[in-house]
Ligand binder design. Sequence first.
Ligand SMILES: CC(C)(COP(=O)(O)OP(=O)(O)OC[C@H]1O[C@@H](n2cnc3c(N)ncnc32)[C@H](O)[C@@H]1OP(=O)(O)O)[C@@H](O)C(=O)NCCC(=O)NCCS
Length: 142
Amino acid sequence: MLKIVPLSAENAAAAAELSAKCLKEAWSESTLVSQLDNPHDHTLIAYADDRAAGFLSCWCVAGEAEINNICVLHEYRRQGIARAMFGQIFSELADAERWVLEVRESNSAAIALYEGLGFARAGLRKNFYTDPDENAVIMVRE
Ligand SMILES: CC(C)(COP(=O)(O)OP(=O)(O)OC[C@H]1O[C@@H](n2cnc3c(N)ncnc32)[C@H](O)[C@@H]1OP(=O)(O)O)[C@@H](O)C(=O)NCCC(=O)NCCS
């Protein structure tokens, strides 16, 4: 069963552990805990079978919501967890007028996810990423 909860002091360590398994630039527990003092932060943790399986980090400022990061453990992918986290954040921030994110040009899985959620390509940041150097696609959902 899938349960999606806000980031908390209790689940930050589990979120850091899962991000280390999924992301090249993992989010440390202290980075995650520091978000608890950020009034603009809306980080969600998804539990599948009582295991932290995904996280989505979002900041919302003045009607613009920015997705900072999203990841799902390998063994739980293609089960709708990322889509479910987006569903939750879209309803929590129903007043947001604009949604923005950046994604590596080669990340076809994430781009397919975002396009399916109504994001459209809005621009490119040349060589935005390093290791390896790569353009960022800017995607926006109005
Ligand atoms: C991108 C990511 C978060 C998707 O998580 P997920 O829980 O597997 O995604 P979902 O199961 O909710 O997929 C929803 C839709 O996205 C698209 N999608 C997801 N993964 C895909 C893949 N590997 N290939 C093609 N389309 C994909 C599909 O349209 C999918 O719908 P479908 O399964 O009904 O076809 C996950 O692959 C991940 O953690 N990747 C590594 C971290 C990362 O790249 N984060 C993005 C940084 S910008």
